[in-house]
Design a protein around this ligand. Structure first.
Ligand SMILES: C[S@@+](CC[C@H](N)C(=O)[O-])C[C@H]1O[C@@H](n2cnc3c(N)ncnc32)[C@H](O)[C@@H]1O
Length: 387
């Protein structure tokens, strides 16, 4: 079985997630509704919509999972109500507008899986006026966290493995957001909403968020934790928060600080974040403040530390690639680019695939040792760029 299918087994065995979507769909989808299941995977959300009475479901997925979704739909007798479309949702045209758009493109901190981009496109092009999306609201939470194990992972690069200096990697490691699962014991304070939005109303170009976090117990501040609460329907929420009893099986994100800071109860942690969702870039600035306990006015405050991190500084970009993206550079096709161009040019609406494969082999003998290899390459190009 492909690992992709096994990933969907995990989605389906996450009972709190499934229960939340099921309740929300039952609350929102009415008989005679037309529904869009955006990023359908196994087709589960569309099936739940059918069971709730939807008269028609458009199920879109860009991947090969769509074939399995078709088979599963047939096995459940809903093939007359679900129409499958294999493509990226933003490239699809639908024959009618829909009452409800469903998706679980939420990621770990609410923004990484493309929800804003795909939902705002879906609202504009697919949703009827007055139609609804599931989820309808997203709250992004941040919290000061103590997590020595994760911080040590960042500081590993200072440890001179095999006696060599690996410090150049340390700065990349400190400018990376790590998927982790927090427990309530990791939290040093009360989580706060840093950003709250209807994901379909936001183009998601840039999110700027701010939060003032109160430290509620003494400890060591290693970083900032991030997670989401999604409002799926008027009465149903779904979350990966470590404080939620029906927490879904999805990790949170740990944003490390360059060095750990000893904190006391009533210290304040100011967090400002800038997120560019489509590029999956997160910048986090953190200030830690302490109020003078002997000051009767409680106005004297001392800044204990200040940090500035960004995943932009955690990216691995080679000088060769950097050079290639300079506006002054003059690009030319390499051998693989030339082979791709050959395939695209041969897709002229006249030639059968077998002819294209033979011609690609003839023109690029250095790249393909046999017809089999050429055919695999051609298949990769045509499944992506041809009809
Ligand atoms: C997180 S899985 C969720 C699958 C299913 N909806 C569920 O709830 O179990 C996301 C699926 O959406 C697909 N996908 C993501 N973005 C998409 C888009 N914009 N258009 C079409 N498919 C998309 C992926 O290929 C993947 O199968």
């Amino acid at each position: 079985m492909s690992l992709e299918v096994d990933e969907h087994r995990e989605y389906l065995s996450d009972h709190p997630r499934l229960a939340a979507f099921r309740s929300a769909i039952e609350e929102v989808v009415k008989p005679d509704h037309v529904v869009l299941d955006l990023g359908c995977g196994t087709g589960i959300l569309g099936l739940l919509a059918c069971r709730a009475g939807a008269k028609r479901v458009y199920a879109i997925d860009e991947g090969g999972m769509i074939e399995l979704a078709r088979a599963i739909c047939g096995a459940n007798g809903f093939q007359d109500r679900v129409r499958f479309i294999k493509d990226v949702s933003s490239r699809v045209e639908l024959p009618e507008r829909v009452d409800v758009v469903l998706a679980d493109q939420i990621g770990q901190f609410g923004f990484e899986a493309g929800l804003f981009e795909y939902f705002s496109d879906a609202r504009r092009r697919f949703l009827k006026p007055g139609g609804v999306t599931i989820p309808r609201r997203l709250d992004l939470y941040v919290c000061p966290v103590e997590f020595e194990g994760m911080w040590k992972q960042v500081d590993f690069w200072n440890s001179a493995p095999a006696g060599f200096d690996f410090q150049p990697a340390r700065s990349l490691a400190a400018n990376t957001g790590y998927p982790v699962k927090f427990n309530p014991e990791h939290l040093l304070g009360t989580p706060e909403v840093a950003w709250s939005v209807d994901p379909s109303s936001c183009d998601g170009v840039s999110l700027n968020m701010r939060a003032q976090l109160n430290v509620t117990r003494p400890g060591i501040l290693h970083g900032i934790g991030g997670w989401f609460v999604a409002q799926l329907s008027p009465h149903v929420t779904m979350s990966n928060s470590p404080l939620v009893a029906q927490r879904i099986n999805r990790r949170n994100v740990f944003f490390p600080l360059d060095r750990p800071i000893v904190v006391q109860k009533d210290d304040h942690v100011f967090v400002s974040m800038r997120i560019l969702p489509t590029q999956v870039v997160v910048s986090w600035n953190v200030e830690v403040w302490r109020t003078d306990p002997y000051d009767p006015t409680h106005t004297k405050k001392t800044k204990l530390a200040q940090f500035s991190h960004s995943t932009l500084n955690g990216m691995l970009i080679s000088r060769e690639d950097l050079q290639r993206t300079k506006p002054t550079s003059i690009p030319t096709l390499n051998l693989w680019g030339q082979a791709r161009l050959t395939v695209l040019t041969l897709c002229d609406g006249l030639r059968p695939l077998a002819d294209i494969e033979r011609e690609v082999l003839r023109q690029h003998p250095d790249l393909f040792p046999s017809l089999n290899e050429a055919a695999t390459f051609v298949a990769e190009v045509v499944t992506r760029y041809a009809r």
